[in-house]
Design a protein around this ligand. Sequence first.
Ligand SMILES: [Zn+2]
Length: 217
Amino acid sequence: MQSDSRVFTCACCGNSQKFRLAGYPPRLNAMCPTCGSLERHRQFTLLLNDRPDLTKGKSILHFAPEPTLRKGIETVAASYIGADIDPNRGDREMNIEAIDLPADSIELVICNHVMEHVDDTKALAELHRILVTGGVALLTVPLVEGWPTTYENPSITDPAERLLHFGQSDHVRYYGRDFRDRVMAAGFDLEEFVAQEPYVGQYGLLPGETIFIATKR
Ligand SMILES: [Zn+2]
């Protein structure tokens, strides 16, 4: 099936090679075979390379910390917490709906593909509470730009049904472009870092995938 012979550069580990299929359903050229990075991890690294001010010398809270991103972030941070609801995965067990940290204590939160698993009203309020004014949350979610509103249906709880409706067995919604309204309603200003050429072809990104840069007002 994989007839694509293009070579991509991995922004995370620096190697240039063919990438692998990954995901459900599988995506071509998704995974770096050396470090395991996916499209969004490489895009994230490109953003951080462009904007070293986001991480350098900052107090950072990283939810569901991806190993391929963590190393580069932790080394430049003033302080770093890798947090996860699963105690086996992070440095600290933490529920994003009720974060065990004081108000105004964090300068950068990284939160990739977490909001679609949780009560996002509670989670966004908590991110706003723990961030300092002017602090930033970097957010990515599965999002269909063609949908004006997010698709949610609380009656769908069966994992197989959730897979069908929301794209993964433990997702509770599929965002439409109103994701932006939810973030702004929680007290954030928004910028967007969108995957486009020449980065898409060079680094193997998903065209149009967006990293939301949410700044606490
Ligand atoms: Zn890599």
